[in-house]
Write a protein that binds this ligand. Structure first.
Ligand SMILES: NC(=O)c1ccc[n+]([C@@H]2O[C@H](COP(=O)([O-])OP(=O)(O)OC[C@H]3O[C@@H](n4cnc5c(N)ncnc54)[C@H](O)[C@@H]3O)[C@@H](O)[C@H]2O)c1
Length: 386
């Protein structure tokens, strides 16, 4: 039987554009996806830049205005890898044009935008997904299986740290990630959104939060991102940083668990440390993206004397997605999280079902982000409410 083809139009071709392009290219190499991704077109504003990117990354065509992608009949899915302030307009227009959507995180700048995006995809009946790629790490998928099987027992605690250090130099410019009108929030929507997603996936819904936020460097020279997490200073003029550099919050979960969350771009020496520990009545797990193939597991059922955290290399055929790659012990990396996510996206489109995490998850995530910001301003506990 012929596989359905999913013709993709992608907006934004730098950091995430590269990760998504690679995923679509490599998906059929490793997996036998239920629908075939076709790299139909990318959009960017600068003709030379977008043409070069299309040729380098293997896209069949390009546009210099993203709206053109929505008009094209030969595009089935819109992939949004542009800054956060563009998500709402693109996603709603794409849904109204009947296109399926993959949107980068955070879903939106605020709850109101996220709600409108969620309502638009539901009304249009298109498949929707949000790019919380860490859910697709084999070790995280396996952790979810262990928790669902009751191996850890009743969950009491989650503590997460998401630490980076790329903006610590005061001369680092005021890129879009540090301007509220472009990103909505700083470290919070960028890094903490991932930790919130993992907590919701592994532990459950958060019901109440108490948070704090800090901006350490309040003025920076003007400039823009040049790719990855690098940037170019473009002026001697200074501008105001109006988003958080660091954020922390305590949380209560609907199931009685409690959480402590920390995210910062001022964690000197931590280039990208995304880690957590979960403690249950029968066991605990620990994970850090810097050793993303490994899951640390403690089980009370182990005989006394040899109890302790063991390190599992989640590269065996029993571990989710691992069979598609290499023999046991032959590790995978950051880019494979996007391939696994693209695999679920293609399955979703083939079946007309939105995979998880989708815009419902993006919306719920935004409710938590908002409650933490509100709590930091009000200096008190805030309940998560619609
Ligand atoms: N899943 C993850 O772990 C992860 C990691 C990094 C970024 N992100 C998210 O991905 C999104 C993009 O971030 P990034 O790191 O790729 O940013 P980036 O600065 O590297 O790239 C942004 C891209 O958007 C393009 N763009 C900006 N305005 C545009 C316009 N008007 N029309 C067309 N294109 C436009 C830029 O030219 C660039 O290609 C953000 O929402 C960010 O939060 C997610």
């Amino acid at each position: 039987m012929l596989k359905p083809k999913v013709r993709i139009g992608m907006i934004g071709y730098k950091f995430m554009g590269k990760a998504h392009s690679h995923a679509y290219r490599d998906l059929p190499f490793y997996f036998d996806p239920e629908a075939e991704p076709v790299m139909q077109a990318i959009a960017g504003r600068d003709r030379e830049g977008v043409e070069t990117a299309a040729n380098k990354m293997g896209w069949a065509s390009f546009e210099t205005d993203w709206r053109k992608l929505l008009e094209r009949k030969d595009i089935d899915l819109i992939d949004i890898g542009a800054p956060n302030n563009m998500h709402v307009e693109i996603a709603i227009a794409a849904a109204e044009a009947g296109k399926h959507i993959l949107c980068e995180k955070p879903l939106a700048m605020n709850v109101e935008e996220a709600r409108r995006m969620r309502d638009a995809v539901k009304k249009a009946g298109v498949v929707h997904m949000i790019c919380h790629n860490y859910r697709f790490v084999p070790a995280i998928r396996y952790a979810k299986q262990l928790i669902d099987q009751g191996k850890l027992g009743h969950i009491y605690h989650i503590r997460t740290n998401y630490l980076q250090d790329w903006i610590m130099d005061p001369a680092f410019p005021l890129v879009w990630r540090l301007r509220k009108e472009a990103c909505g929030s700083g470290t919070h929507g960028d890094l903490m959104a991932h930790s919130i997603d993992l907590a919701r996936y592994l532990v459950g819904e958060i019901s109440e939060v108490s948070g704090m936020m800090e901006t350490f460097i309040k003025q920076r020279p003007l400039g823009e991102m040049s790719g990855g997490l690098l940037a170019k200073t473009e002026s001697d003029l200074m501008g105001t940083v109006d988003v958080d550099d660091a954020v922390a919050f305590m949380a209560k979960f609907e199931n009685g668990a409690v959480g402590v969350f920390e995210a910062t771009r001022f964690g000197k020496g931590n280039r990208n440390s995304n880690r957590f520990e979960i403690n249950g009545s029968k066991g605990s797990i620990r994970w850090d993206v810097q050793q993303m193939n490994e899951l640390e597991l403690y089980l009370e059922e182990d005989p006394q004397g040899i109890q302790g955290f063991r390190k599992i290399s989640c590269t065996e055929t029993v571990h989710p997605y691992s069979e598609a790659y290499w023999p046991a012990g032959h590790i995978i990396g950051y880019e494979h999280t996007f391939i696994n996510l693209a695999h679920e996206l293609m399955r979703g489109v083939a079946h007309g079902e939105s995979p998880s995490p989708n815009f419902d998850d993006g919306y719920r995530n935004q409710l938590v982000l908002q409650a933490v910001s509100d709590s930091a301003v009000l200096k008190k506990w805030v309940s998560i409410s619609e």
